[in-house]
Every structure is written in structure tokens, then in C-alpha cells.
Design a protein around this ligand. Structure first.
Ligand code: GLU
Length: 328
């Protein structure tokens, strides 16, 4: 079943979703990280990047917000690249925990591995695995370079966020050391925790997130820069992880109602991937009780449902006047 639309029609749909939810006031900013509680909660943006590199936007798509847990996807890609899917499956896993993102109980219940690199425990384990193990400076360079490559432009740490998170991340400290007691952290726990906190404190725009998502949708080639960032065989692995746990304990409901593999962050960003079609992102700081942005999820769901697009259906979206994606 094919739906053929023009970019103009998609732009109109993005504008429609923006107007529909712009004034929605449900939810509240994350407050366990003091910086996030102070962010202007009326900010809202939606960006879609197609596999030919064109980006359509509505609202605040150039505002730099805290990437937070969306960065877990990027670093999962980095360790998948460095170690291969089989090793990541063995050392971390790909299961949904069905529990909150920072759950200690989930680690206790699943002693043998931290479950998935897309929850805090697995993400801290993933950061600990980033090569070269034992060289925190080079590790950080590799983490940030990988994120910049996926986004096709540079990112920078929001210093105030990094400080705010570093002095309040007691739960994550407990996670790092609990992983150590199960031999499930592969570098110094304090170093891994610090690098994890840094990556969560990177400032990112909705536009950059949509390019990163489009790189995944485009099987590893960044459609804006034309650079291959990861091997095409890893794309379905990462998309499957996003579907399983991207919305934490609401992942099942999210996939059921939107059909869009996506990853959220407590900064208010969401990044979604429709393989072969587009990467889509939205940003709005107010969150639901599971830590997922309220307006961003409503806007993305609305767009997916209106298009009838769904990763589990046979609907193919094609674009009129689509440029051929760059391949190298
Ligand atoms: N840095 C945040 C934390 O570790 C990320 C949580 C999230 O975005 O889900 O608590």
C-alpha cells in the first residue's frame, strides 16, 4: 500500500501538528535535575529529515536542549560498531525492563546483564565499554565525534546542565557501583558515570536529532553530509532496541498507538525512525510521569497516524520530487 505525497503536504501536516499541540500544558519539566526544571516550558519544535537530506521544521527547532537519554541510542551505535551486535547482546542485552529508566530493581532482577543500552544501567555499561577502555579523554572524544557524525553538525556540552546533573546523580552512582558488583561494568565505574553524565548534558536541537534519526532510517549514511557512519547491518538492530524500550515502561503503548520506533529523553526531546522513509524529532520540556515529553509524543503520534505510517504495516511512503539519496 503506497502513499505518495509531496514535501509540501508533509510540511503542512507538520505545521498542523505544531498548531494542534502548541498550547497544550499537560505534564511538567523534569525537576530531579535542577537545570531542567528552569527551562522555558513553552518551547516546542518538530523536525523531519527525509532520506534525501531535506529537513522540514515547525517551531523551536534551533534551540539547544539537553539530549539526555536520547544519547543512549548514539552510544549504543558506537559500541555496536566497536564490538559487533553479538558481543553487545551478550555483554548488555536488548530486553525491555518494563521498569523506570533508572530502576535499581531491574538490575537486581536481571543480574546476568543490564538488559539494554537504552536504560540507565545498560547505558552506563555501554559507556564503560567505549574504546579505548582506560583512556577517558579519548573515550569522550569518540563518544562526541560519533554523535556529531550522526547529527551532521557539532554539539557542545551545556556546562550548567552538566554541573547540575553531576551534583545530583546519586541514583546513577548507585547503578554504576551495583553493576560493578555484578561485573557488568567494563571500565572504572566513576569514569563511566562521568562520561555518561557528560553525554546526557550535550546540547542538541530538534533539527540535529532529526538528522541523526534520518541517518538511522537511511541505513547508516548521513543523508545531509553523505558520510557513512555505521554499517547498514546495524540499522535494524538499533531500531529494534528503540521499539522495545524507547518509551521506558510506556514502550508497548507507544508502539501500539504510533507505530514509530523512538527514543525519549528527560530533556524533552524525542527521536523517531521510520526506516527507509524519514527521521523525525520533536522537543517540548513538559513530561508525563514516565519521563516522556507530552507534546512531542502527541505531535509525533498525530503525524504518524495521519500518514497511516507504521513500522509494523506494509504502507510505503514515497515523496514526489524526492532527490536520490547520496550513496558512497
Ligand atoms: N541523565 C538522565 C539520567 O540519567 C537521563 C534520563 C532520561 O533522559 O531518561 O537520569
Amino acid at each position: 500500500m503506497e502513499l505518495r505525497i509531496s514535501k509540501q503536504e508533509l510540511q503542512e501536516l507538520v505545521d498542523e501538528a505544531y498548531s494542534k499541540y502548541k498550547d497544550n500544558k499537560e505534564g511538567k519539566n523534569a525537576d530531579y535535575i535542577p537545570y531542567l526544571s528552569r527551562v522555558n516550558s513553552s518551547l516546542f519544535g518538530i523536525a523531519v529529515t527525509l532520506c534525501d537530506g531535506d529537513t522540514l521544521t515547525a517551531g523551536d527547532c534551533d534551540y539547544h536542549f539537553g539530549i539526555e537519554s536520547v544519547s543512549k541510542v548514539m552510544t549504543a551505535i558506537l559500541v555496536l560498531k566497536q564490538y559487533g551486535a553479538e558481543t553487545i547482546m551478550h555483554m548488555i542485552g536488548a530486553d525491555a525492563t518494563g521498569m523506570p529508566f533508572n530502576s535499581i530493581l531491574a538490575i537486581l532482577l536481571e543480574k546476568s546483564h543490564p538488559s539494554t543500552p537504552l536504560v540507565n544501567a545498560g547505558a552506563i555499561a555501554a559507556v564503560s565499554m567505549v574504546q579505548p577502555v582506560g583512556n577517558s579523554k579519548q573515550k569522550w572524544q569518540n563518544i562526541q565525534e560519533n554523535i556529531d557524525d550522526l547529527c551532521g553538525s557539532e554539539t557542545a556540552i551545556i556546562d550548567e546542565l552538566y554541573k547540575s546533573e553531576s551534583v545530583t546523580n546519586f541514583n546513577n552512582r548507585a547503578i554504576a557501583w551495583l553493576l560493578k558488583s555484578y561485573s557488568r561494568i567494563y571500565d572504572d565505574p566513576d569514569v563511566a558515570l562521568d562520561l555518561y553524565t557528560r553525554q546526557c548534558s550535550l546540547g542538541i536541537t530538534a533539527k540535529q536529532l532529526s538528522v541523526c534519526a534520518a541517518t538511522i532510517a537511511n541505513n547508516g549514511i548521513n543523508p545531509v553530509t553523505g558520510k557513512r557512519i555505521f554499517n547498514a547491518s546495524l540499522a535494524p538492530r538499533i531500531v529494534s532496541m528503540m521499539s522495545a524500550v524507547g518509551f521506558y515502561e510506556h514502550s508497548g503503548n507507544w508502539m501500539f498507538t504510533s507505530g514509530l520506533p523512538a527514543k525519549t529523553g528527560v530533556g524533552g526531546g524525542i527521536m523517531g525512525v521510520l526506516p527507509g522513509t524519514f527521521g523525525i524529532a520533536a522537543y517540548a520540556p513538559r513530561l508525563d510521569e514516565a519521563g516522556n515529553s507530552v507534546r512531542a509524543q502527541k505531535a509525533l503520534r498525530y503525524i504518524m497516524n495521519k500518514l497511516g505510517a507504521n513500522v509494523f504495516s506494509d504502507r510505503i511512503i514515497t515523496f514526489k520530487n524526492h532527490k536520490e539519496p547520496v550513496t558512497y
